[in-house]
Design a protein around this ligand. Sequence first.
Ligand SMILES: C[S@@+](CC[C@H](N)C(=O)[O-])C[C@H]1O[C@@H](n2cnc3c(N)ncnc32)[C@H](O)[C@@H]1O
Length: 290
Amino acid sequence: MHTPETPSPEHSGKPGTAVDHTVPSVARIYDYAIGGKDNFKVDRDVAHALVAEVPEALLFARENRSFLRRAVRFLASECGVRQFVDNGSGLPTADNVHQIAQRCEPGARVVYIDNDPVVLAYGRALLADDGNTAVLQADMTSPGKIIADARTRQLIDFTEQTAVLYVSVLHCVPDEAAPRDVVARMLDAVPSGSYLVLSHIVSDDREAAQRFTEFMTSSTDWGRVRSPQEVAEIFDGLELLEPGLVDVVDWRPESSEPVWSVTGSPFGEFPADPEGPKKLWELGGIARKP
Ligand SMILES: C[S@@+](CC[C@H](N)C(=O)[O-])C[C@H]1O[C@@H](n2cnc3c(N)ncnc32)[C@H](O)[C@@H]1O
């Protein structure tokens, strides 16, 4: 794993405290895309415009959430992981990391991190009665602050194996904030035998990548679509688990898993399987720190 000594500059998207109903947020657009209700008109408008521009965007948001569920279940049930740091956790939804993990490992502890104030408000309400979880409104591009935070220290024992999650979040981070270094610094804090779970929107089609990036950066604080190779480099020095770094739909698919229903979607009819090769997809995988 690439581990620079010098900290990367902080991403400008610093956590704010006020909820602005007039500015779209990635957390709420994503919430809408995966069927949630915690979003405003401004977010729904952007989601509809995005789907008009890139029809598969809705599909890969949902496929990504399924990947997150399978990944956490796998780590808790098959690898015995009991602590999770979920960077860019998003709004609470039907099945959150602590709920998935605690079904397999009842004492599993989770620190949720997001810079969106709505996530903090809803997260605290959801987790108020769970002593094994905390929600931090923080910028994930400052891992040092997250690691040093007293609430993190209370839940995460940094001498014990830990799963560090960056699920569908690093494309929100621009190059200036050095996403690869951010992950490396977080992984430096956890012991050997810990895991990285990561998914990222990728494309090998320059035009498709640019179109999606331009759309997102014109509406929100965002980074960019990266190439599969750039994402693979984040895993350098780690041991990728089977099946490797793949389209998230191909990561240990489970036949018992409900297929996302497109009927009744706010977007109307949506092709479950767009024709032709995908131009954009969520690339994801799990790796073990040696
Ligand atoms: C696409 S959602 C992914 C949510 C969840 N990880 C999942 O896969 O279902 C991206 C989340 O990252 C959060 N985010 C973006 N940039 C961030 C940053 N610099 N620090 C913390 N959270 C950030 C957004 O607010 C949003 O909730």
